[in-house]
Ligand binder design. Structure first.
Ligand code: SF4
Ligand code: SF4
Ligand code: SF4
Ligand code: FES
Length: 362
C-alpha cells in the first residue's frame, strides 16, 4: 500500500484510508456506524461530547473516533462492553445538566399515545391536513366514541393555571373536518416511544406556566359542545407546548435510548434553570438543552454570519450567545434555520407554532 495510505481494522474488517483521515472516517468507509453529537462534517473536530468513543485493541485505550487520526496497524473495536459503557457514561454526563421534557405529560398518559402537543400546534396554525394526519395515525376511537376517561386532560398543566385544554373537543373537531386524501400519510411516521429524558422539576414547570397564553377556555356556540374550526384554533392556542419541539428528531435522545443512559446516574442537582428564549422569529433557544457542541457556532462562522454566535462564560456557566450582548435575531440573520436543524438537541429548534400576540422575547 502507498505511503499515503494507512491500513487498520475496524471491528475485524481491514480498511485502507488516506493519511490524515480519522478513525471515524475509516469506520464510515466500511459502513460501520459510530454515534456522534459534536461532529460536523467539513469542520475541524471539536471533541466535546465523547459519545464517539471506540477502543484500540492494540493499546487497550479508548479514543474519540471523530478526532483520532487513523494509524497504521490499529485494531479498532466499536461494540465491546467497554466502549458501550464509555458512551453511556458520556451521555449520562450530558443528561445530568439537561433541562426539559421530551414529551408533554398529556401524550405520556394518552392510551393511544397521540402526539397531542403537535396536534394542538397544527390546529393553532390551521394546518388541518397535518392535524388530521396525527389524529388518523393515532386512531383514538376511545375519544371519538365519547368513552375516553381523558387522562390527558387530567394531567394537562393548564389545570394549574385555570382549566385543561379541551383536548377531546379539539380531536373531535379535527376528526369531523373534511380533509382531502389520506391525511395519515401526510405526516411523519407516528412515533410511539414516549420515554422522557430531561424531566422538568417543579420550579421549571412554574417557569413554563409563567409564559402561558392568558386566553380563557373557549365556549362552543354549538348546543352539543362541538367546536367549530375557529373555536378549535382558539382552544388549541391555550396549549403551553410542554413537549420538546425536537422530540422526534433529537440525536441526544436517540443516543440516550440506544445506550440506555440514565439521567439519574450522575444526579441532576447542578442544573441551570429552565429558560426559553424566543427573541428570534424562526427559532427557539432553550439553553438548558444545549450540550455545548459548538455546531451552531461553526455553521454561523462557515456561512459568514456577520455577528454569529460564540461561547460566553466559563465552566458550568458556559453557554452560547451572541457577541456584544446582541439578540439572537441579530446574531443569526441568515442561518438560524440551518443551525436549528443541525443542532443535535432541542436547544435550538425551528418554531412551528404561531406565537400568541404579546408573547415575545424572553
Ligand atoms: S433536547 Fe432531546 S433529550 Fe432533551 S428534552 Fe428535547 S428531545 Fe428530549
Ligand atoms: S398544556 Fe398542552 S402540552 Fe401541556 S399538558 Fe396541556 S395539552 Fe399537553
Ligand atoms: S445550541 Fe445546539 S448546536 Fe449550538 S452548541 Fe448548543 S447543542 Fe450545539
Ligand atoms: S463526536 Fe466525537 S467527541 Fe463528539
Amino acid at each position: 500500500m502507498s505511503e499515503l495510505h494507512i491500513s487498520l481494522s475496524v471491528d475485524g474488517r481491514a480498511v485502507s484510508i488516506a493519511a490524515g483521515c480519522t478513525v471515524l472516517d475509516a469506520a464510515r468507509e466500511l459502513g460501520i456506524d459510530i454515534p456522534t453529537l459534536c461532529f460536523l462534517k467539513g469542520s475541524a473536530p471539536f471533541t466535546s461530547c465523547m459519545v464517539c468513543m471506540v477502543a484500540d485493541d492494540v493499546t487497550g485505550k479508548l479514543l474519540p473516533a471523530c478526532s483520532s487520526l487513523a494509524q497504521e496497524g490499529m485494531q479498532i473495536v466499536t461494540t465491546t462492553d467497554h466502549v458501550r459503557e464509555a458512551r453511556q457514561r458520556a451521555l449520562e454526563l450530558l443528561l445530568s445538566e439537561h433541562v426539559g421534557d421530551c414529551e408533554g405529560p398529556c401524550r405520556c398518559v394518552c392510551p393511544v399515545k397521540m402526539d397531542i402537543p403537535r396536534l394542538l400546534r397544527a390546529v393553532g396554525r390551521g394546518d388541518w391536513p397535518e392535524a388530521r394526519g396525527i389524529v388518523d395515525q393515532a386512531q383514538p376511537h376511545c375519544v371519538l366514541e365519547q368513552d375516553c376517561k381523558a387522562p390527558c386532560e387530567r394531567v394537562c398543566r393548564r389545570n394549574q393555571i385555570d382549566t385543561h385544554v379541551s383536548i377531546r373537543a379539539v380531536v373531535r373537531a379535527v376528526a369531523a373536518m373534511d380533509v382531502e386524501g389520506d391525511a395519515a400519510l401526510a405526516v411523519a411516521p407516528f412515533e410511539r416511544n414516549v420515554s422522557v429524558i430531561g424531566k422538568l422539576q417543579d420550579g421549571e414547570k412554574a417557569a413554563l406556566m409563567n409564559d402561558a397564553s392568558t386566553a380563557a377556555p373557549v365556549k362552543s356556540a354549538d348546543p352539543g359542545g362541538a367546536l367549530s374550526p375557529d373555536e378549535a384554533r382558539q382552544e388549541a392556542a391555550r396549549c403551553m407546548h410542554c413537549d420538546c419541539r425536537k422530540a422526534h428528531d433529537c440525536a441526544l435522545r436517540s443516543c440516550a435510548e440506544a445506550y440506555e443512559a440514565s439521567q439519574r446516574h450522575y444526579g441532576t442537582r447542578g442544573r441551570h434553570p429552565f429558560e426559553q428564549i424566543a427573541q428570534h422569529a424562526d427559532i427557539l433557544y432553550e439553553p438548558g438543552k444545549c450540550i455545548r457542541c459548538g455546531i451552531c457556532i461553526r455553521i454561523a462562522e462557515r456561512e459568514a454570519e456577520p455577528l454569529g454566535l460564540t461561547f460566553i462564560g466559563r465552566g458550568f456557566d458556559l453557554r452560547i450567545g451572541v457577541p456584544f450582548e446582541q439578540s439572537l435575531a441579530d446574531g443569526l440573520r441568515t442561518v438560524a434555520r440551518a443551525c436549528a436543524e443541525a443542532c443535535p438537541t432541542g436547544a435550538l429548534c425551528v418554531r412551528p407554532e404561531i406565537q400568541h400576540p404579546g408573547k415575545v422575547s424572553r
